[in-house]
Design a protein around this ligand. Sequence first.
Ligand SMILES: [Fe+2]
Length: 141
Amino acid sequence: MKRRDAIKIAAMAALAITSVNAYDAKLITNTKDMLVKDPTNPTDFELKHSPEITVSQADAKGFVLVEVNIGQKSVIHPSVANHWIYEIELFGDDKKIATVALEPVTSRGYLAARVDTKNIKQLTAVSKCNLHGIFTTTRSI
Ligand SMILES: [Fe+2]
């Protein structure tokens, strides 16, 4: 094996170790579906965990920009080492459109996708907090 090949293999192995070195799954301690008790008057805790779905104008190919922020009304969920949004899913009616997996500290709860919404009646976003469970928001389009 040439020295150059050995260096490439070592670099790839280091990269593989780095990508495996994600958060510890044991930090996910709550996977219960949570409900906002009074949707007309959500608490700050509920706002902080609830997805906010925004839909923008379509591009030249007819795909609209769908953005999901966690949470609502500028009450943003934290992203610290032991408390963060680890995954967001976006559905059009009952069909999955997109998923994003997030690391603590370096990213916060946000997903964006260009979506062909011609045959979709409603969007649903699912927010997964490692400590506080799973919150869902649905809106018509
Ligand atoms: Fe949380």
